[in-house]
Design a protein around this ligand. Structure first.
Ligand SMILES: NC(=O)c1ccc[n+]([C@@H]2O[C@H](COP(=O)([O-])OP(=O)(O)OC[C@H]3O[C@@H](n4cnc5c(N)ncnc54)[C@H](O)[C@@H]3O)[C@@H](O)[C@H]2O)c1
Length: 269
């Protein structure tokens, strides 16, 4: 008979007490919701973002409820800066979990004139890839460097369903960066498996956050998504929390290299 004797109690499967986590892009939207979930589960959390005032405002708010909150201004498009900050965070204590979440939009997809192939701006293309792809790679690299000697760690990347298939509403640089990130996640998961470092990606569909100037918070976006999303609505940021907690916690001890959609059914079409 298969035994469940070694299974932890259900609440402890999702308990992060004593763990330390870093979340990039945590001043807003999904990163902020993820950081709050980790704090609620008992982790010490370093929130980081390139937007210093927004980060400070959110961290001050969180400090009213949680004691184990830190902040660090990090621009993930600067690899040397990522390395330097990760070294400092690791010197202060072990890093158990890193969410490489920071990302940016590439504007409209080809349904709009400015999103068509002939209008792809090379400088804007480079900038999006620098943040969404190179930023993830450098975060992964720095995180794994500190996790390897400990023989444990979790790295969770915020990708997108726009990296799983074509996505008419998203710009070329965005879909390219997220598709590339998915394979970086798979590749790193295989390389890091012998070190017991689990690497997974969350692939959200539309969430009402600040991305792309907060366009997904507008009523006309909600209307458009009603037919596009099987569940018929745009998600709220807190709806990312269950999956984020699963991937950061003991509950997902046998999961690595997975790209998990959380999209109201959109990618199932
Ligand atoms: N909201 C959605 O519908 C959606 C869907 C799929 C994927 N995503 C992904 O989710 C992640 C979070 O986006 P969001 O929707 O919460 O948007 P958001 O704009 O609300 O939050 C993104 C945060 O990242 C920060 N950031 C941007 N560039 C940065 C950089 N170079 N270094 C550090 N921080 C930086 C921003 O300041 C902001 O606080 C992104 O990777 C995005 O691509 C979002």
């Amino acid at each position: 008979m298969h035994s469940t004797a070694t299974m932890a109690s259900l609440p402890s499967l999702f308990d992060l007490t004593g763990q330390r986590a870093l979340v990039t892009g945590a001043a807003s939207g999904l990163g902020l919701a993820i950081a709050e979930a980790l704090l609620e589960a008992g982790a010490e959390v370093v929130l980081s973002d390139s937007d210093a005032p927004a980060l400070d405002a959110e961290v001050q708010r969180l400090r009213k409820t949680y004691t184990k909150v830190q902040q660090r201004v990090i621009d993930v498009s600067d690899g040397a800066e990522v390395d330097r900050h990760l070294d400092v965070i690791a010197a202060e204590g072990p890093i158990d979990c890193v969410f490489a979440n920071a990302g940016m939009s590439a504007g409209r997809g080809f349904l709009a004139e400015q999103g068509r192939l002939e209008n792809v701006d090379p400088a804007a293309w480079e900038k999006v890839l620098q943040v969404n792809l190179t930023g993830v790679l450098t975060t992964l690299r720095a995180a794994s460097r500190h996790m390897k000697p400990r023989g444990q760690g979790r790295i969770i990347v915020t990708s997108s369903i726009a990296g799983l298939r074509s996505e008419a509403h998203s710009g070329y640089a965005y879909v390219a960066s997220k598709a590339a990130v998915n394979n970086v996640v798979r590749q790193a998961a295989i390389e890091l498996a012998p070190f017991n470092i689990l690497v997974n990606a969350i692939a959200p569909g539309p969430f009402a956050t600040g991305i792309n100037g907060g366009r997904l918070r507008l009523p006309e976006s909600a209307e458009r998504m009603r037919t596009y999303i099987p569940l018929g609505r745009i998600a709220q940021p807190h709806e990312i929390q269950g999956l984020a907690l699963l991937l950061a916690s003991p509950a997902s001890s046998y999961m690595t290299g997975a790209i998990i959609p959380i999209d109201g059914g959109a990618s199932a079409r």
